[in-house]
Design a protein around this ligand. Structure first.
Ligand SMILES: *Cc1c(COP(=O)(O)O)cnc(C)c1O
Length: 393
């Protein structure tokens, strides 16, 4: 690395962003340059404790040695082949994903929004012109189909007209059952709504969705983009409910830090999409699939999943004892904490970052989100709680 240019200062990066980046993000004033496990470092060598994991992307932790080794090896072998040919990592990953969950077939893609797009196309192919029903407060992504499935005024309004055929219903079992009919292609549900405040969807509502779909032949699709890959203490969140969906979508943590998405079907919908119906140039590339195979195996480990459940309980108990926390929600290591009304969650997250070097974020005006890597230790949880306690002084 001799002769390497010194790292740019934060002010230099901010100037570049102002001038050259389309400003769609609100960034906190820190630039990370290195990560390992639950730790991040900035260019000045300051160490941070990461309780956000890239918004539930680094479930295996930063730079997991198995992911790094697989990517290094594959990068020197073959990075891309088109889907005109066979490729072992993609097909091994498809098999592993199907066997880990619904037992049908898999379509690989590059992101969460794309996984939901594939799911919507699958459902419409199975029931042509059918409606897609989503829940109030849902978040399913930013592309047009996924955005049309995201009933949030601020995100949708500037981009109308949206894709027709989507309907949002209240999170009420009777309302949902009434909304689903013979003209419904899909009911799309996050088992825990992540972007709108870590809001678990009730067992009753999930069961009502299952009943309505069984009655009408609509597809019940779970968006497990944030809840999946061990985040809630089982590999998939549906495995803790009494409800099995007809398909699920995954992304975020699936690639161990690299971008990938997947639609996984059960047997009933396995043949709904046929040759020529859908595709993506990068989908199933060998590099990211090698990373995902490692991540999936790591996150499937029974001991790790038991750890997620115990660690999540420890985190939630500690949060509940903080004087400025009024409510704690979530499952496993997908945790949200509501703050007392005088506090702004965004401001608290910024103070945590700058004053305590603890990385977390706000999901909603008065809710902070904690989603550390699943490999977080008990000592690291206690350390994070101590830093949060300091913030209240
Ligand atoms: C993040 C997220 C998405 C969108 O994923 P992208 O990779 O950002 O497109 C969709 N649904 C849920 C539940 C998510 O958390």
């Amino acid at each position: 690395m001799s002769g390497a240019a010194p790292a740019p200062t934060l002010a230099e990066l901010q100037a570049l962003e102002r001038e050259h980046a389309i400003g769609t993000y609100v960034r906190s004033p820190v630039a990370f340059v290195r990560g390992r496990g639950c730790r991040l470092w900035d260019a000045d060598g300051n160490e941070y404790l990461d309780f956000l994991a890239g918004i539930s992307v680094l479930n295996v932790g930063h730079c997991h040695p198995r992911v790094v080794a697989a990517v290094r090896e594959q990068a020197g072998l073959l990075c891309h082949v088109s889907n005109l040919y066979y490729s072992e990592p993609a097909l091994r990953l498809s098999a592993a994903l199907a066997r880990s969950s619904l037992g049908g077939r898999v379509f690989l893609c590059n992101s969460g929004a794309e996984a939901n797009e594939a799911a919507i196309k699958l459902a419409r192919r199975a029931r042509p012109r059918g409606r897609v029903i989503v829940l109030r407060d849902a978040f399913h992504g930013r592309t047009y189909g996924a955005l049309s499935a995201t009933p949030q005024e601020a995100k949708q309004a500037p981009f109308e007209p949206l894709v027709p055929g989507f309907m949002a219903v209240d999170k009420d079992p009777a309302a949902l059952e009434a909304a689903v009919g013979e003209d419904t292609a899909a009911v799309l549900v996050e088992p825990i709504q992540g972007e709108s405040g870590i809001l678990p969807v009730s067992e009753e509502l999930l069961a009502a969705a299952r009943r309505a779909c069984d009655r009408t032949g609509a597809a019940l699709i779970f968006d497990e983009i944030q809840t999946g890959m061990g985040r809630t203490g089982t590999l998939w969140a549906y495995q803790q409910t009494g409800v099995v969906p007809d398909a699920l979508t995954s992304a975020k943590a699936l690639g161990g830090g690299l971008p990938i998405g997947a639609l996984i079907t059960g047997p009933r919908l396995a043949g709904a999409l046929v040759a020529g119906d859908h595709g993506s140039t990068f989908a199933g590339g060998p590099l990211v699939c090698r990373a995902a195979l490692e991540a999936l195996e790591i996150c499937s480990d029974a001991a790790l999943l038991a750890h997620v459940q115990a660690a999540g309980e420890r985190l939630r108990e500690g949060l509940a004892e903080l004087p400025y926390v009024t409510a704690v929600r979530g499952r496993g290591l997908m945790v949200g904490a509501d703050l007392s009304p005088d506090l702004d969650a965004g401001e608290l997250a910024l103070r945590a970052l700058l004053e305590q070097r603890l990385v977390l974020n706000a999901t909603g005006p008065s809710t902070i989100r904690l989603e550390p890597p699943l490999v977080v230790s008990e000592a690291e949880i206690d350390d994070a709680l101590r830093r949060l306690e300091e913030l209240g002084r």
